[in-house]
Design a protein around this ligand. Structure first.
Ligand code: ZN
Length: 223
């Protein structure tokens, strides 16, 4: 295929692109993997503080019917199972969607619903408290799916790290259309829970900050 020197729309560098290409190969790979050319991967240490918040939310709210909340994941899994059953019965479906549905069912067999829910809430908390973390809604949804898929170690390939000693692991990639399909199921179901908890935590944090500021304002009056 003929390639010409053009400016990549995402990184602004001059690269050899195909006649119709608008992104260089590096940016295109990032868009496919991360949902945006400027989106970086969410690492376990990024998510950890938010998983700790989720743990505290659970400890403060033991009275909640957590089983009912976990069942949101069952809704996703059952939808994927029904979809696959229709395909087995002969219905024509998009193969990328089938891969997405299979990924959901496999995940449900390996990972507890609690861990899926906790990870989803943690991702929504991260989005709420770090507005610049995600470059776009597509990037957020892509990272949400990645974070949930990473809960199954079977989706990870371990290899020697180039930059650090020891081993690192990379997620076995799904096609972006499969990721999009998974996101289309989990955002309306788990997102309701995640976004609600994130909003409540934000309100709680703002209230605590206002109370602290009020206390300091009082202390400033000390003579
Ligand atoms: Zn580029």
């Amino acid at each position: 295929m003929t390639r010409v020197v053009k400016v990549c729309r995402s990184c602004g560098r001059e690269k050899l692109l195909t006649h119709h290409g608008v992104n260089c190969s590096v940016c295109l790979a990032r868009i496919k993997r991360h949902g945006d050319a400027h989106q970086y991967a969410i690492r376990p240490n990024h998510l950890e503080p938010y998983l700790r918040i989720v743990q505290r939310v659970r400890e403060r709210n033991v009275h909640l019917n957590w089983d009912a909340i976990h069942s949101r994941w069952d809704v996703v899994v059952n939808h994927a199972k029904d979809f696959l059953a229709e395909w087995r019965a002969g219905k024509a479906i998009i193969s990328y969607h089938r891969s997405g549905a299979e990924a959901i069912v496999t995940l449900s067999e390996k990972v507890d619903a609690k861990d899926v829910i906790d990870t989803a809430i943690a991702m929504y908390l991260m989005d709420e408290f770090e507005p610049n973390r995600f470059q776009s809604f597509v990037a957020f949804k892509t990272q949400l799916v990645r974070a949930i898929r990473k809960l199954d170690k079977g989706n990870l390939t371990r290899h020697r790290s180039k930059h650090q000693q020891g081993q690192t692991s990379t997620l076995n990639e799904l096609h972006p259309h499969s990721v999009e399909y998974i996101a289309s199921l989990i955002v309306p179901t788990l997102g309701v829970v995640g976004a609600h908890v994130a909003k409540l935590e934000r309100t709680k944090e703002e209230k605590e900050r206002e109370e602290k500021n009020a206390m300091y304002a009082e202390l400033d009056k000390l003579v």
